[in-house]
Write a protein that binds this ligand. Structure first.
Ligand code: NAD
Ligand code: MG
Length: 389
């Protein structure tokens, strides 16, 4: 039995993970589940999966969580520290599916067991990739990518030597505005940016898909996770979202990974790794699909891609600044204080300003440095947001 802990079990990735585990209860033994304010759902999951402990991120939710679990024998806890302590309970497989910078610490702590960390939380790699991976190496732990593109690359690389890789191509749906005239983007509304053509996800990641900030994060993740040079990483718009990524080798071969747009594929791959297990995802009908299309991922339409390239080339703490500024700018757009294209302007200006004043280079990334930079970047981006609004 694989002992499992899920950080962020009540979110979109978390629910998909729970769904897969519930289908094979005899294979998994659930240790800890963590969530946010939705304690009713968190308790329901903990009872269904017979978890040892359920943890909410918020202290004021502890009472309701305790009530929901009373008489079940399942422990309840609350707060950031309690989530990190849940990582101290030994398990064989940890899912990192908290959204945002809060996902970094539990993931880092879980690596100490020297087991598997299935990583959906993009922010961990973008803000602190070298720290996370060196910590994994130190404890002989395995990090498995769960973002669908990186899972695709990982699968295309099984049995291959990374030195024979010439390029990695990450596909992008192009988001809600891929067919809009560029001039119209300035006036794109919150409602328009909140609907995705192919994937059904939360609002924040859907808006990040329209701006391609999500793809920008994924390019940075690719550099960090696979250790390739920025010049080897490309993005291409692929409206069908069926090829998730391609790996080009030095003999000219291009290995593509196709699958339905269903996160249970990448999650299930990590859950069963190193084996492949049956997964309840739809099978692609190639005759019905008929054709696959590709277009240039234009950096004028999607300035986030240009910024990602700068971040990859700069390295150091640029990822931490990029992520924090992006989150802050996204808050500004969601609260309708700034326009759609202002998000990229604010992220770029935040990077510029911090680079000029404090510098972004850093020989060794530590948690402290990442957290300080995160804090500073949020302040700078918040001020730029106020000046724009
Ligand atoms: P979500 O918002 O649906 O769920 C987030 C989870 O984290 C919830 O359980 C929530 O309660 C918890 N949470 C929120 N704030 C928290 C905090 N401060 N402390 C502790 N827990 C907190 O997010 P999601 O869509 O499942 O995405 C999770 C991560 O996976 C993100 O980093 C995202 O970029 C990445 N990801 C998501 C998808 C997808 O299809 N949804 C695909 C690839 C990668
Ligand atoms: Mg992805």
């Amino acid at each position: 039995m694989r002992k499992i802990t899920i950080f962020g079990s009540t979110g979109s990735i978390g629910e998909n993970t729970v769904d897969l585990i519930e289908r094979q209860p005899d294979k998994f033994d659930v240790i800890a589940l963590t969530g946010g304010r939705n304690v009713t759902r968190l308790a329901e999951q903990a009872i269904a999966l017979k978890a040892e402990i359920a943890v909410t991120a918020f202290e004021d939710c502890l009472g309701p969580l305790r009530d929901a679990l009373s008489g079940t024998g399942i422990e309840a806890a609350a707060g950031e520290a309690a989530i990190a302590e849940a990582a101290d309970r030994p398990a064989d497989w940890f899912m990192s599916a908290i959204v945002g910078a809060a996902g970094l610490v539990p993931g880092l702590r879980a690596l100490k067991h020297g087991t598997i960390l299935a990583l959906a939380n993009k922010e961990s790699l973008v803000t602190a990739g070298p720290l996370l991976l060196s910590e994994a190496a130190k404890h002989n732990a395995t990090v498995l990518p769960v973002d669908s593109e990186h899972s695709a690359v990982f699968q295309a690389l099984v049995g291959e030597d990374i030195d024979s890789v010439e390029r990695i191509i990450i596909t992008a749906s192009g988001g809600a505005f891929r067919d809009w005239p560029i001039e119209a983007l300035e006036k794109a509304t919150l409602a328009e940016a909140s609907s995705h053509p192919n994937w059904d996800m939360g609002q924040r990641i859907t808006i990040d898909s329209a701006s391609l900030f999500n793809k920008a994060m994924e390019l940075i993740e690719t550099k960090e996770f696979f250790g390739v040079r920025p010049s080897q990483i490309e993005a291409v718009v692929h409206p069908e979202s069926l090829i998730h990524a391609l790996v080009g080798f030095n003999d000219g071969a291009l290995m593509a990974h196709l699958g339905p747009p269903d996160m249970r594929h990448a999650i299930g791959y990590a859950l069963n790794w190193p084996d492949r297990g049956h997964l309840p995802v739809s099978r692609l009908d190639l005759e019905q699909i008929g054709s696959l299309n590709f277009r240039k991922a234009c950096e004028t339409r999607y300035p986030a891609l240009r910024i990602a390239r700068y971040v990859m080339e700069t390295g150091g703490l640029a990822g931490a600044v990029f992520n924090a500024a992006k989150e802050q700018a996204l808050d500004g757009f969601i609260s309708e204080k700034i326009g759609f294209l202002d998000m990229a302007r604010i992220v770029e200006q935040t990077i510029d300003q911090i680079e000029t004043q404090d510098g972004l280079r850093c020989d060794m990334i530590t948690l402290d440095k990442v957290q300080q930079m995160d804090h500073l970047a949020r302040q700078v981006a918040a001020e730029l947001t106020r000046n724009t609004a």
